[in-house]
Design a protein around this ligand. Structure first.
Ligand code: ZN
Length: 219
C-alpha cells in the first residue's frame, strides 16, 4: 500500500526540471522589462537633476556674482577659481572640495544616475557624468574656457545648451563630441540657458539643433 501511495504522489526529477525551466523562461521574459522600466525612471531623475543644478546652483551663483555665470574651468582671477561643478557643489553642500574626488559627488544632483564607467571617456581622470559647455555662445570661443558670461546677454537662451549628459566635465565647444546621446533609454539630457531641461533622443544631430551648443557663434 505504502509503495503505491509514493508512486502516485512523488515529484519526479523530470517534473522538477520542467518547473525550473518554466520559471527560468518567465524570469528571462520579465527581467528585461523591469530593467527598462527602471532605466526609464532613472532618466526622469536625470532631467530633474539638471533642473535643480540650474535653480539651486547657477541661479545662486549668478545672484552672488553680479549677474555672471561661472566659466567651465578654474580661472586666474575670477572668484573661487574653481571648476564649475565644484562651485555648484558648494551651493548645495556648503562644503569645499579641494581635490578631484568623485565620492563627494556620487548620488548628488551633480551625478547622472545612469552614469557608469562605460560612459566615461577613456582616459578621463575624473567625471560626474555632466559637462558644462566650453563656450557660451555670446562670448565666443574662449581658449581658457574660464571666462564668466553675463547671463542676461545670452540670447535665445531656451535653445542653447548649458550643461548636458557628458563623458567628461565639459561638453566641448563643437557640440556633440562629448554629449552622451546614448546614455539613457530615451537619449541624453540637456539643461538649457533658460533653466529648462529635457531629453534629446539618440540620433539627434547638430544640424537639427544648431544652437544647442556653442557653435552658434555666428547666429
Ligand atoms: Zn543622465
Amino acid at each position: 500500500m505504502a509503495t503505491r501511495y509514493k508512486a502516485h504522489h512523488g515529484f519526479t526529477l523530470t517534473a522538477l526540471l520542467v518547473v525550473i525551466a518554466i520559471i527560468s523562461i518567465m524570469a528571462a521574459m520579465i527581467l528585461p522589462v523591469l530593467s527598462k522600466a527602471r532605466r526609464l525612471a532613472i532618466q526622469t531623475i536625470c532631467v530633474s537633476n539638471l533642473k535643480q543644478v540650474y535653480v539651486g546652483g547657477f541661479m545662486h551663483y549668478v545672484d552672488d556674482f553680479g549677474g555672471f555665470i561661472s566659466g567651465v574651468k578654474e580661472g586666474p582671477t575670477w572668484p573661487k577659481n574653481r571648476q564649475w561643478d565644484k562651485i555648484l557643489y558648494d551651493y548645495y553642500f556648503q562644503k569645499q572640495i579641494r581635490y578631484h574626488n568623485e565620492a563627494y559627488f556620487r548620488n548628488s544632483i551633480l551625478w547622472c544616475p545612469e552614469r557608469s564607467y562605460n560612459t566615461v571617456k577613456p582616459g578621463a581622470y575624473w567625471n560626474t557624468g555632466y559637462g558644462m559647455q566650453y563656450a557660451l555662445p555670446d562670448r565666443g570661443w574662449d581658449p581658457g574656457y574660464y571666462t564668466p558670461t553675463r547671463m542676461n546677454t545670452i540670447r535665445k537662451s531656451s535653445q542653447k545648451g548649458l550643461v548636458s549628459d557628458s563623458w567628461d566635465w565639459h561638453t566641448g565647444w563643437n557640440l556633440f563630441n562629448q554629449f552622451r546621446l546614448d546614455r539613457h533609454v530615451g537619449g541624453g539630457t540637456v539643461l538649457f540657458c533658460d533653466g529648462h531641461s529635457r531629453l534629446f533622443p539618440p540620433g539627434t544631430t547638430s544640424s537639427a539643433y544648431p544652437l544647442l551648443f556653442a557653435t552658434a557663434l555666428a547666429e
